[in-house]
Design a protein around this ligand. Structure first.
Ligand code: TNX
Length: 517
């Protein structure tokens, strides 16, 4: 009997011990980044001894209602990553123990300061946006459990002071939802990825030859007809204005501004199919499911074309709180140069009349540009250089560096290669202010990495092309040039890939990064 008791006891102790091992934070069932692993690399990190012990009692205290979203976002991510549900309350007593999110006057814009000490964590910024960016840094330092069943009860965060702010005001990524349609849920997931790496613009390429994806109430056939297909003949789809508002709201909560694009006067087959009167001969072409570019154009001399554009821009501007509307303007190979110039000039005015600032692909520099109009460099260096001479600012999306639809190498199954292969190093190792002669830092508003989707059909494919190149573009946009270095970066990147793995996110397992010790 006694003997039996002892055995059971031993077994219980053993059981408790193994549970402890499973439920506590250890190397086997969780992964935790250090302050040296943060992407994008912060402007300044000072490390010290004695970190903060995180536990279920670590409440978040915040001093302003406008921080509620960031607080809830943080709590949610902590729960997802560790299993721990922590509480929060409005409280501006920063002397007390805990995790403090504080708005203060001394910091501006997206900048933030993160101080981690033994007794407390203090995240300070001048705006709720700055707090949200800082939350992303803090979240990278929180461990991630490997199995769904476990809970990480307590762990410690490194003691440090981070002072951080972005290098470029515009840090974006574009998703092409025309060549293949992606649902609101898929788009939200894409936005989640952008938010985690401190992007602040989401450019959505809403229209092209293969599909018109946004409801325009005054021209209903755009979606009744023009949204019905996609590359290779899939069923396509579109966003109702309600759907679009939902995307905008989701992005906005994460301090990401949506930039909608209506590509014109080329890339318009879907619109031309929906409304024959937009064609010079009045005849509607067939719906298009191939991947050629440059064969379609609005009829430049018809007045109905401008009635159409005015209606589309008016409706789009009304549901777009951000300052920009992208008017495309690329590869209009079926539009006479003269016509192109007069069309872009007129459409530019329409955008301003609707209270928005136009952005166009680099070809738009052929037209007379108003002083605020932004030019997005993708292809012809000469266009971008001319644009700058005319006083325009650039968004840098060089296709040879920043096109996430380019294959990594000759073995990549997805993607295209007309701009070359873009391996992880090529995508990372360039400076926006060093690729165009005569174009310097002051001419550049920021960086954008587009994902064109001729060959991309689902979320796994998106993730494969985007990860890990996206982190590189995030760092180019946010971090200081002097702090960026490929050798150091790939060590950090490797840890981020381990986290993607734990989270079940698809990515390209690049040997360039994997070989890293
Ligand atoms: C060029 S980049 C395009 C797109 C294609 C892309 C494919 C640009 C402004 N136009 O229409 O999808 O190449 O890489």
């Amino acid at each position: 009997m006694y003997h039996h008791y002892l055995l059971t006891r031993t077994r219980n102790v053993f059981l408790v011990f193994s549970l402890l091992t499973i439920f506590s934070c250890n190397a086997q069932n969780s992964i935790q980044l250090t302050e040296k692993d943060i992407i994008p690399v912060p402007k300044s990190v000072i490390s010290s001894e004695d970190g903060f012990s995180f536990s279920e009692n670590s409440a978040v205290l915040y001093n302003d209602e406008s921080l509620e979203f960031s607080v809830e976002f943080f709590k949610n991510e902590v729960r997802n990553n560790t299993g721990l549900a922590i509480s929060s309350e409005i409280n501006s007593d920063t002397a007390s123990e805990g995790i403090h999110f504080q708005l203060i006057d001394a910091i501006k814009g997206e900048a933030y300061r993160l101080t981690i000490k033994k007794e407390r964590i203090l995240l300070e910024a001048g705006t709720s946006e700055g707090i949200f960016r800082g939350v992303q840094t803090l979240l990278q330092l929180i461990p991630k459990k490997k199995q769904d069943t476990s809970i990480l009860n307590s762990w410690s965060l490194p003691a440090l002071i981070i002072n951080d702010f972005p290098e470029y005001a515009y840090r974006g990524s574009m998703l092409d939802v025309s060549r293949h349609f992606f649902t609101v849920e898929q788009v939200k997931k894409y936005i989640d990825y952008l938010a985690a790496y401190k992007f602040n613009y989401f450019h959505i390429h809403l229209t092209d030859d293969q599909g018109w994806r946004i409801e325009i109430k005054s021209w209903p056939k755009l979606t009744e007809i023009g949204a019905r297909t996609e590359v290779d003949g899939g069923e396509g789809g579109f966003y109702t204005q309600e759907d679009y508002r939902e995307i905008v709201k989701y992005a906005r909560e994460r301090f990401i501004t949506v930039v909608p694009e209506i590509d014109m006067p080329g890339h318009t087959n879907a619109a031309l199919t929906s409304y024959p009167e937009l064609n010079c001969d009045g005849k509607a072409p067939e719906l298009y499911t191939g991947t050629k570019v440059g064969f379609s154009s609005f009829c430049i001399e018809k007045e109905v074309t401008y009635t159409f554009v005015e209606d589309v821009i008016r409706e789009l501007a009304a549901i777009t709180p951000g300052p920009y509307i992208h008017i495309g303007g690329d590869e209009s190979l079926s539009t006479e140069e003269e016509d192109y110039i007069s069309f872009i000039a007129r459409v530019q005015d329409i955008v301003y009349e609707n209270g928005k600032t136009p952005i166009g692909w680099d070809e738009i520099q052929h037209a007379p540009l108003k002083s605020e109009t932004l030019v997005q460099f993708w292809g012809k260096e000469k266009n971008a250089i001319e644009a700058v001479k005319k006083g325009a600012k650039l968004i840098m999306s060089p296709s040879t560096k920043a096109y996430m639809d380019m294959k990594y190498d000759s073995l990549t199954k997805l993607g295209l290669n007309w701009a070359g292969y873009i391996d992880v190093e090529t995508g990372y190792n360039w400076n926006p202010d060093e690729i165009l002669t005569g174009v310097t830092r002051k001419d550049i508003l920021g960086v954008e990495a587009p994902l064109w989707t001729e060959t991309i059909e689902d979320m796994a494919a998106i993730e494969y092309m985007v990860f890990p190149r996206l982190m590189g573009y995030a760092e180019i946009g946010w971090s200081a040039k002097k702090d960026r270095n490929w050798e150091a970066y790939k060590k950090r990147l490797k840890k981020h890939l381990e986290i993607l793995d734990v989270r079940g996110v698809n990515f390209y397992n690049s040997e360039e990064v994997l070989d890293e010790k």
